[in-house]
Design a protein. Sequence first.
Length: 235
Amino acid sequence: MQPTPVVIGSDMLVSEANELLTERNLHGLPVVDGGKLRGLITRANCLRAAHFVARTQSPDEFEYFHNRLKVSDLMVRNPATVNATDTMESVLAKGQSLGVGQFPVMDGDIVVGMISANEVFALAAHFLGAWERRSGVTLAAQQLVPGLFARIVEAVESAGGHLRAIYPIGSSDPDADGHRPERRVVVRFHADRVPDVIAALEGAGFSIVESVDAGNGAHQQHSQVQPHHVTQGAH
């Protein structure tokens, strides 16, 4: 998150808030009155208002926007928030379910930060090695049973690979009967011979959906066959 965020009062002019958003390259500003979060004004809110004024080409609208329109007239009241102790996964899920791109981060009643979808996605990309020259594979969807990750590590290292990350993707929420869904698993590693790692994983019973070979820049889609389900106790 962005700690010690810039906060503004509801009496600030929208034109001033827009300048602050632009100068600081921010996506949103928490609106705080009397130490309490009252709203959130976003760059998108300000841009829509400015575009409306530009389209009307009315001197009166222009004067109102720049000299009279206040943040309280435009802000999102009682915005959705997240807690400083929430996980990044829960923040991303909340953003997706609500269609919200940024949240004030709260510690009790105090705004302690701002977090945007861009920051969450950037962190996820970092975990997945998107900014590094890592090879990797995506395993077909399967139940995350005990011993699964150990089997993956064993297969990768048996083929001379050096594991860097294992990351399940997809929802982990159980259904109405309490059953958790199958999830694909992204595996990132360094290896001199990626085909050897793929062969070792397939030999261990895993189905490969796609692979990336950082050594030659190759990205390959694999035929999706029914995955082998690793049984419990395989540590």
